[in-house]
Write a protein that binds this ligand. Structure first.
Ligand SMILES: Nc1ncnc2c1ncn2[C@@H]1O[C@H](COP(=O)(O)OP(=O)(O)OP(=O)(O)O)[C@@H](O)[C@H]1O
Ligand SMILES: [Mg+2]
Length: 307
């Protein structure tokens, strides 16, 4: 299957609309009880957020990437912008809202498993409305990556993209308003298992995948952490196992990076099976380092890993 947009010229491989966050991440020997202290063995500060980390992955892999998002005009906002620029992500549509604060997260990483617990605050930068967005600029790409952060604007963008024939990789985390419009309008919803079960009300992942596909997407992917992912199409189901890496230092952002790589694979015209394996490799390699972005590989590292 070729990308819907194959042959069309565009300024960017992937444009991403959604959450841009500043993350503090620490590794802890075990999760503490209330009123207890534990010492961290490592501390890192880096950019985060679903769309933000996804688009950083596109740029790290060599893709032409742009972010459409909101930050505050605070110190965290400046770090968010600088980290995008360091990866080569175009930030001309990253809006700093005067007097507002940026989204921030503290992530505690369990040393033994690499699993993360996240505490976050939205900040006061607010959400985009559809009229805030430049439709022509957003669609000037081979694939759009959209998360649920700016949910009302995101639903409008998904509609514009469908009319223009631009594929949309959709990342949703927890059920909220507009989810049904987003899932039915996007060509490629890629969601974690817990979202798929909650959104559809189904008891198992296969039924949830089929129920989401029935809403209108071309492909639905359900990710299951270390168990890999399942892709649902009209032709059937494909299982892609997670690819082994050792040691697993931190799984924070594995899903975000999977989404970015999957969107870039669509922009490159990868066939579905090839793209699932590619995105799984990029997400697995990400888990080698602390934080959502530090471990994102280059294309040369992915090719070497997949050999
Ligand atoms: N421990 C792991 N080892 C190898 N690959 C992993 C591991 N955890 C996740 N992955 C890869 O990342 C993909 C997405 O992971 P997951 O389902 O945990 O996403 P998520 O819940 O959206 O995560 P996040 O929101 O933290 O980014 C998986 O399908 C798998 O390919
Ligand atoms: Mg996720």
């Amino acid at each position: 299957m070729r990308a819907i947009s194959a042959g069309r010229t565009a300024t960017f491989d992937v444009c991403a609309l959604g959450c841009c966050c500043w993350d503090y991440l620490g590794i802890i020997p075990r999760y503490p009880a209330l009123d207890e202290k534990v010492a961290m063995s490592e501390l890192s500060m880096q950019g985060g957020g679903q769309a933000g980390t996804g688009i950083a992955a596109v740029a790290r892999l060599g893709g032409r990437a742009a972010i459409i998002g909101r930050i505050g005009d605070d110190e965290f906002g400046r770090h968010i912008r600088e980290s995008f620029e360091a990866d080569g992500v175009d930030t001309r549509w990253l809006a700093a809202v005067p007097g507002a604060t940026s989204q921030f997260a503290f992530c505690a990483i369990d040393q033994a498993s690499g699993q993360r617990t996240i505490f976050y605050i939205h900040g006061t930068k607010g959400k985009f409305a559809p009229e805030d967005l430049d439709c022509a600029a957003l669609l000037d790409c081979h694939c759009l990556l959209v998360d649920g952060h700016h949910n009302v604007a995101a639903a409008a963008v998904v509609r514009w993209a469908r009319e223009a024939g631009v594929p949309v990789v959709l990342d949703l985390e927890r059920p909220q308003e507009e989810d049904e419009a987003l899932v039915s309008g996007a060509s490629h919803p890629v969601v974690p298992e817990r979202f798929a079960l909650e959104f559809t009300g189904e008891g198992d992942v296969e039924a949830a995948g089929r129920a989401m596909l029935a809403l209108g997407p071309e492909v639905v992917v359900i990710t299951r952490g270390p168990e890999g992912c399942l892709a649902f199409t009209a032709e059937g189901v494909i299982h892609q196992p997670a690819l082994p890496v050792a040691p697993i230092v931190d799984t924070t952002g594995a899903g975000d990076v999977f989404h970015g790589a999957f969107a870039y694979g669509i922009a490159l015209g990868y066939e579905l099976r090839e793209n699932l394996r590619f995105a799984s490799a990029v997400a697995a390699l990400k888990c080698r380092a602390l934080g959502g972005r530090a471990g994102i590989p280059t294309m040369a590292e992915v090719r070497e890993f997949l050999r």
